[in-house]
Design a protein around this ligand. Structure first.
Ligand SMILES: *Cc1c(COP(=O)(O)O)cnc(C)c1O
Length: 430
């Protein structure tokens, strides 16, 4: 079935879809199917998916157990929309989340369902911090990405996204992320100095908000010591620590939360993307009880919680996070991933690996080169994208569940693309 249903030679997307569309420009296939780590277009061509809905599909497309539970829920006339009523679906998710995620990690956080996008969860996190502390300033970091609604956008670093606001973005002070000033400067020293001197010009912060690995900002992975120090500084200065785990969470870095194994207990955690497990919209803000400051409906939204997403999210938690088998698998796969990325890095002088876990990529030095590698990979049947200030990082976000053989196949498509593109450049330079 062709989706161009008229004889007009200009596609329906060009005719009618807003110019704000983005991924479909570099990945222009018309997809009709997704199963596991493979997507199929209208001509039957198969693609290995190394984008995974920007980490919204950590368990792949149409996981059979989630799909079966959802179909059963719908067949039984389970609620599709339920405001924030109690329901079997919501109760089931909360119970699974408490049993397999919060309790084993000794986390006393409450779960606040926000509107269904990541930006909604970030807005709630920022409002919680401001209301709880009575302060307005929020510290966010260079290259951070937190969404594009006005509050979240103020915390986002990217100039292109910020420009889209065409309005003043306020209430956030920018600080340099780990390694932003190179190896020689510990930016936590700078942060400490700015917070400690009452004439630094930085207003006492309501929160310090960060991603432990900057997903859109170029896969910068902060060092554990840096994160622990920033957490300590937040506490010392009466600011909440907000971890934006929207992209790095749900196993992406190798553990359920990206900060596990670190000596930090965030006051607030924003989650979205893969929390539903199935690619359905669901976002939540985890908050320590003492900061659970909103009264009934004070921060509301018609689509808080998504009943279908609750059904699949429960299955995802029970299936993948009720023991440590999945984490072990992720650790093994992340080594395979580093090795393949190193092969690419070896072809490009000055290239370096970025990120950690299954959230890794290779900085090839220019957005042009990274874009060419991804475009060639796409021709060969791999969906893969770039990240970073200048899109200079080839970024692998394969579903965490990708079977070994498909994972290796996808990685070799990436390596081959890099080989073809770099060879072409060498010939051109000769
Ligand atoms: C994607 C993302 C967001 C925004 O989520 P949306 O669902 O696109 O609003 C916020 N923070 C991080 C770290 C993200 O990766």
């Amino acid at each position: 079935m062709s989706t161009n249903m008229t004889n007009n030679p200009v596609s329906i997307y060009e005719r009618r879809e807003s110019d704000a569309r983005s991924y479909c420009r570099s990945i222009p296939a018309t997809f009709v199917k997704g199963a596991g780590s493979v997507m199929t277009d209208e001509d039957g061509k198969e693609y290995i998916d190394f984008l995974a809905g920007c980490s919204s599909l950590n368990y792949g497309h149409n996981d059979p157990d989630m799909k079966a539970a959802l179909i059963e829920h719908i067949s039984n006339d389970g609620l599709a929309h339920g405001l924030d009523f109690h329901s079997d679906a919501k109760g089931g998710f909360l119970t699974a989340f408490e049993t397999h995620i919060l309790e084993p990690r000794k986390m006393d956080h409450k779960v606040m369902f926000t509107g269904p996008t990541g930006a909604n969860a970030v807005e709630a996190a920022m409002k919680i911090a401001r209301k709880s502390t009575g302060r307005t300033n929020i510290i966010a970091f260079t290259n951070g990405f937190h969404g594009v609604t006005m509050g979240a956008l103020a915390a986002t670093g990217n100039g292109y996204h910020r420009g889209g606001a065409a309005a003043e973005l306020s209430g956030v002070t920018r600080m340099p992320y780990d390694m932003f000033l190179g190896d020689g400067t510990d930016t936590a020293d700078y942060l400490e100095a700015m917070l400690s001197d009452s004439s630094s010009g930085v207003d006492a912060p309501a929160a310090i908000m960060l991603e432990t690995v900057q997903g859109e900002g170029g896969l910068n992975a902060a060092r554990r010591e840096w994160i622990e120090r920033v957490a300590k500084l937040a506490k010392e200065h009466g600011a909440l620590l907000i971890i934006d785990d929207i992209q790095a969470g749900c196993g992406r870095t190798g553990t359920f939360f990206s900060f596990e194994g670190m000596d930090v207990q965030p006051d607030v955690i924003a989650m979205a993307k893969s929390i539903s497990g199935f690619g359905l919209p669901l976002a939540l803000t985890l908050v320590r009880p003492e900061h659970d400051v909103f009264g009934p409906a004070e921060h509301n939204g018609t689509f808080r919680g998504n009943t279908h997403a609750f059904v699949t999210a429960r299955v995802a938690i029970e299936k993948f996070w009720s023991n440590d088998a999945f984490e072990k698998e992720l650790a093994e796969k992340s080594v395979i991933l580093s090795d393949a990325l190193q092969e690419v890095a070896d072809m490009v002088p000055g290239a370096r690996l970025k990120g950690r876990g299954l959230m890794q990529g290779v900085d090839v030095g220019s957005g042009e080169l990274a874009g060419e590698i991804c475009a060639q990979a796409y021709e060969n049947g791999l969906v893969i994208e770039t990240s970073g200030s200048d899109d200079e990082v080839v970024k692998v976000l394969a579903p965490l569940t990708t079977p070994r053989d498909i994972f290796s196949k996808g990685l070799s498509l990436m390596v081959e693309a890099a080989r073809d593109v770099t060879a072409k450049h060498r010939v051109a330079a000769e």
